[in-house]
Design a protein around this ligand. Structure first.
Ligand code: PLP
Length: 820
């Protein structure tokens, strides 16, 4: 092996010029020599690639500085393992953070290229489903910003989340091809590759003295190859690494088969390996329970841990220092098999004894829980787990024995408690509980909002919490203000800077200096004018995409998020139908003009969610075309929700819909994006809404409906939704219109089943919360009519949302969990 060059030998490069003329020279150079295009014939896409390469070079200088600094200082490294990273576009983010936005704009303009046009061509990297993946992306940026030496580890899916088309009102899923033009951000690291095994058997070698060694002989093996994308923090203080794994066959072609003339057969295995990282599982809350998914989870966990241990041994003599040098955070249970894999690597591969390995493992991992929904708690059938990961099955049993003996002997746990704590679900099909495995294998288990953390202690992890009362802690989610204010809302960003200076750029909590401008009518008018410009931009997008004209003077009432029954898009649509009826039946009243905008994807197998999309579109068609509505209400479903669409919709919202059934949304982050951009929230006391109310003030947010405690009580005691519906004339009218086919004349029974669900069980409390919601909406109308009061509340929302910066969240993780 060659000697590693010591950090001091190569001097840091002199900072490159940021002169637009120099940048222009480099743009032409990249175009010619890296892309092979004459500037005279270059296409916009070529210019995009050239622009990314110029910026990437500057980032790479900082990247190497950061890596050297981590080595030199011996700083603790943080590894964030996540099956999803919902990154979106990177160019604007990278240019802003490295401080080259204006210079690059000028450089490109001097070459006749409009940066805004090429920026739109960058593919939206959707390697995730929703909030969990977007949180991981915000965290990667905030870890760099707060100078935490960190690596994000995930999978380089060839196809990210599907592209959503709406055909005749129905969702149609099309494959996403974000890599079609290559990916100029990434570096392929052939040298960082690891073997990952599946299946086979475990041999036991007797070493004497009652000691044994276990040798896993996998039946199949694939290679994990790293692709690195630099992640730049604000002001480029630090550049971290997002390392995504791709699967390749051990031998690209099986030579034996190839030489024997079986060319197709020789390629079959290569296809099989590559199919491992071909697609992202398109569900956010319900694990599909398919073998390929478990394979993906193990594949990226094992590759990441092998990489982490290799890096550790480059700097330290052994693993006794592992928990001091390394913190590994599990983003939900998707990487939870890592707990067993680390024990395996430390014992079978590196010769530690089980107790030592277990102690190091527990001190190294932290686990973040993201959901309490019972159907979303990940577990794998024991036979599948055992067949695919026979050695890990043994380790899970060994951990379980240790934990259960400890629980019984030392903590006096009873039979029921032992059943709940066990890593194996007994009764019926035996299953491995990934949440329990992650819990016992970590020194910290956190929820993502204050309410969610308390509910975790009372529900899913009640018994484990009694056993380990110091382990559960809260880390309320956040969002990066660079993407979700600075870049997506430049108008507001500039107004804030003009008004309070630039301290908020480095500390979002300084936004509170805006508080005093809420009473300043000149300021409010400028604030409102910016909101209006953002609404015009969105109206143009809607007109271009679906041909519906919107009046930017109307209230823009927006609900964008995954389509799920617990998020209650249905409640919003039913209210739109009730409002529609009132506007027609009571034309003498002063109705506030409103546009209800929806966007979101449904999991392809989630029948009711797809039906809700169809309902939104059916209702939209009828309402938007009824002259009796006189333009007072419009309903719009914008197709293909993703990060880039959110960046246009969030700054354009007057009202943000955060109306999940209380107790079911762990945190939400969409709620934070909107409020930061000056929307008022209508919401339930769920997830982070509770803390948002505390921060913005109860008078600046519209809260309605049942609390989590009330929902739990009603569910336990049973309620009578039919009586509730019959007691509410507005609601029964709206529901019978929907179920009788007023909005679906081509198929009158289309929504009967959906509405029957409300009459019969109303699990998500749509009927139970309807009247409170409708009343809250009329309160919103009244507030809208007092423009000064509305705008003052909007300003106060922006002023008081700084605490929800993901920089704050990451600082809490760093000091309270990672010790970094
Ligand atoms: C923020 C975000 C989410 C999460 O939204 P919630 O309202 O918290 O569910 C999902 N998808 C995208 C594209 C986002 O930007």
């Amino acid at each position: 092996m060659m000697n590693r060059v010591s950090a001091n030998e190569i001097p840091a490069p002199a900072p490159r010029s940021t002169e637009p003329s120099q940048l222009a020279t480099e743009l032409v150079e990249r175009l010619k020599y890296r892309i092979g295009k004459d500037p005279k014939v270059a296409k916009p896409h070529d210019w995009l690639t050239a622009a990314i390469l110029v910026v990437r070079d500057r980032i790479t200088d900082k990247w190497m500085d950061s890596t050297r600094r981590t080595y030199a200082t011996g700083a603790k490294r943080v590894y964030y393992l996540s099956l999803e990273f919902l990154i979106g576009r990177l160019m604007r983010d990278a240019m802003t953070n490295i401080g080259l936005m204006d210079e690059m704009r000028e450089a490109l303009a001097s070459l006749g290229v409009d940066i805004d046009i090429i920026a739109e061509l960058e593919p939206d990297a959707a390697l995730g489903n929703g909030g969990l993946g977007r949180l991981a992306a915000c965290f990667i940026e905030s870890m760099a910003t707060t100078d935490v030496p960190a690596y994000g580890y995930g999978i380089r899916y060839v196809h990210g989340l599907f592209r959503q088309q709406i055909a005749d009102g129905w969702q149609v899923e099309l494959p996403e091809t974000w890599l079609a033009h290559g990916n100029p951000w990434e570096f392929e690291r052939r040298e960082s590759s690891y073997e990952i095994g599946f299946g086979g058997a475990v041999e036991t070698l007797d070493l004497g003295d009652g000691k044994q060694r276990f040798v896993w002989k996998p039946a199949e093996r694939v290679i994990a190859t790293a692709y690195d994308t630099p992640a730049v923090g604000w002001r480029a203080k630090r550049v971290n690494t997002l390392r995504l794994w791709a699967a390749n066959p051990i031998d690209p072609i099986l030579l034996d088969a190839f030489n024997a003339g079986d060319h197709i057969g020789a390629l079959r295995d290569s296809n099989k390996a590559e199919s491992l990282t071909r697609v992202l599982y398109p569900a956010d809350a319900t694990p599909a329970g398919q073998e390929l998914r478990l394979r993906q989870e193990f594949f990226f966990s094992s590759a990441s841990l092998q990489d982490i241990l290799r890096r550790h041994l480059q700097q330290y003599p052994d693993f006794s220092s592992l928990p001091d040098a390394v913190a590994i955070q599990l983003n939900d249970t998707h990487p939870a098999v890592s707990v067993a894999e680390l024990v395996r690597l430390l014992t079978d591969m590196h010769g530690l004894d089980f107790d030592t390995a277990w102690d190091l493992t527990r001190r190294t991992f932290g686990y973040t829980n993201h959901t309490l929904l019972p159907e979303a708690l990940e577990s794998w059938p024991v036979p599948l787990f055992e067949r695919l990961l026979p050695r890990h099955m043994q380790i899970v049993y060994a951990i379980n024995a240790k934990i259960l003996i400890e629980a019984r002997k030392e903590r006096g746990a009873d039979d029921q408690s032992v059943r709940n704590i066990s890593l194996i679900e007994e009764g019926g099909e035996r299953r491995v509980r990934m949440g329990n495995l992650a819990f016992v294998g970590s020194h910290s288990v956190n929820g993502v909002s204050a309410l969610h953390t308390e509910l975790m202690k009372e529900t899913v992890f009640a018994d484990l919490h009694r056993l380990y009362p110091d382990r559960i802690n809260n880390k309320t989610n956040g969002i990066t203000p660079r993407r979700w204010l600075m870049q997506c809302n430049p108008g507001l960003f500039n107004l804030i800077r003009e008004s309070i200076g630039d301290a908020f750029e480095d500390d979002a909590e300084q936004l509170k200096a805006l508080d005093r401008f809420a009473g300043d009518s000149a300021f409010r008018e400028r604030f409102a004018a910016i909101k209006r410009e953002n609404k015009v931009r969105l109206a143009n997008l809607v007109q271009a995409r679906i041909g519906v004209r919107l009046d930017p003077g109307a209230m823009f009432d927006i609900q964008i998020k995954r389509i799920h029954e617990y998020k209650r898009q249905l409640l919003n649509i039913v209210e739109a139908v009730a409002l529609y009826d009132q506007i027609r039946s009571r034309p003498e009243l002063d109705w506030v003009p409103r546009v209800k905008l929806f966007a979101g994807k449904a999991a392809p197998s989630y029948h009711n969610a797809k039906l809700i999309i169809k309902l939104a579109n059916d209702v939209a068609r009828v309402i938007n075309n009824d002259p009796a509505v006189r333009g007072l209400l419009k309903v719009v479903f914008v197709p293909n929700y993703n990060v880039s669409l959110a960046e246009v919709m969030v700054p354009a919202a007057d009202l943000s819909e955060q109306i999940s059934t209380a107790g079911m949304e762990a945190s939400g982050t969409g709620n934070m994006k909107f409020a930061l951009n000056g929307a008022l929230t209508i919401g339930t006391l769920d997830g982070a809404n509770v803390e948002m109310r505390d921060h913005v003030g109860a008078e600046n947010i519209v809260i309605f409906g049942m609390t989590a405690d009330e929902v739990a009580r009603v569910r336990a005691e049973g309620h009578n939704p039919r009586a509730i519906i019959e007691g509410s004339p507005e609601l029964s009218q709206a529901l019978s219109a929907i179920s009788s086919g007023v909005f679906s004349p081509d198929d009158r029974g289309r929504f009967a089943g959906l509405i029957d669900g409300l009459y019969n069980h109303d699990w998500f409390m749509v009927a139970a919360d309807f009247d409170a919601y409708a009343k809250a909406q009329r309160d919103v109308d009244a507030l809208w009519s007092d423009t000064a009061a509305w705008n003052s509340k909007a300003v106060l929302n922006t002023a008081r949302m700084g605490w929800f910066s993901s920089d704050r969240t990451i600082r809490q993780y760093a000091t309270e969990i990672w010790g970094a």
